[in-house]
Write a protein that binds this ligand. Structure first.
Ligand SMILES: O=C(O)c1cc(=O)[nH]c(=O)n1[C@@H]1O[C@H](COP(=O)(O)O)[C@@H](O)[C@H]1O
Length: 279
């Protein structure tokens, strides 16, 4: 399997930079005329697959909305992932996993080992136990051409209290995470496979992402207030590495298949102008 960074670059160049988050909120299910139960979530996902699987580069299912329904939710997630991958899309599972290294190894096996049922192309990870504790995930990702996106500067208002705290050497916690990710991508040709998560809502924080080498997952667009034009200001030196992610803004156009397609194509067009990316 080619490296995740190379696969991501090819998918974004072919289908546009947009990552669509699959977040079946109770409110969205209601708005789509669906029940807030496994049958409703299954119908929701089937509509997303039918409408968008063949035209969106990356899907980011949010694990929480499937975990709500226990084993039924897990089955729906597995089947959705399989169908989306069969249609040529990449799957970035938003699970924000993190723990001591020996447990992280089990998470890595669950999500980044191609022989496991919940196998995906990439996952999100939390570095609260130290970026080093995620080493088994990075190793598994490299072994199988997978990717890991590590939280660095999140889109929520509570994030800065921890992420902007200073280390003894003067760097912020977020900058030290970014720097550790940069080290993991050294020597990768093209886009690296270990990415950072940086919200579109963070404003001008003075963090230096220029040496990251890997992709930047950017949530916080649309429903949380971030706009495509904000990307130029936040990521002036990294625009080609930006993977912009929208959940509610895109899904709010459903359940009509044509409206979902129109919305993704409109957002992809806006993003390509803002990022200056090809397609
Ligand atoms: O890792 C994420 O995707 C993420 C990081 C972050 O800083 N902020 C953030 O909103 N997210 C996720 O991105 C999605 C945002 O959804 P919308 O606000 O509906 O586009 C949710 O699934 C969040 O869990």
């Amino acid at each position: 399997m080619p490296a995740f960074g190379a696969r991501l670059r090819a998918a974004m160049d072919m289908r546009g930079p947009l990552c669509v988050g699959i977040d079946p909120h109770a409110q969205l299910l209601a708005a789509w005329g669906l029940s807030d139960d496994p049958a409703g979530v299954a119908s929701f996902c089937q509509i997303v697959v039918d409408a968008l699987a063949d035209r969106v580069a990356v899907f980011k299912p949010q694990s929480a909305f499937f975990e709500r329904f226990g084993s039924s939710g897990a089955q729906i997630l597995e089947s959705t992932i399989r169908q989306l991958r069969e249609a040529g899309a990449l799957i970035l599972l938003d699970a924000k996993r993190g723990d001591i290294g020996s447990t992280v190894a089990a998470y890595a096996d669950a999500y980044l080992n191609p022989s496991m049922p919940m196998y995906v192309d990439a996952i999100t990870a939390s570095p609260f136990l130290g970026v080093g504790s995620l080493a088994p995930m990075f190793a598994e990702a490299h072994r199988h051409g997978g990717g890991v996106f590590v939280l660095a500067l999140t889109s929520n208002k509570e994030g800065p209290e921890v992420q902007h705290a200073r280390l003894p050497d003067g760097r912020t916690v977020a900058q030290s995470i970014i720097d550790e990710i940069s080290q993991l991508n050294v020597g990768e040709p093209g886009l690296g496979s270990i990415g950072a998560v940086v919200g579109a809502t963070i404003g001008d924080t003075g963090h230096d992402l220029s040496g990251l080498g890997g992709p930047i997952l950017v949530p916080g667009l649309g429903a949380q207030g971030g706009k495509p034009d904000d990307l130029r200001a936040i990521f002036p030196g990294n625009l080609s590495a930006v993977l912009p992610s929208y959940s509610r803004e895109v899904l709010g156009a459903g359940p009509d298949v044509a409206s979902l397609r129109r919305m993704t194509s409109k957002i992809n067009d806006e993003l390509m102008i803002a990022l200056g990316s090809p397609k």
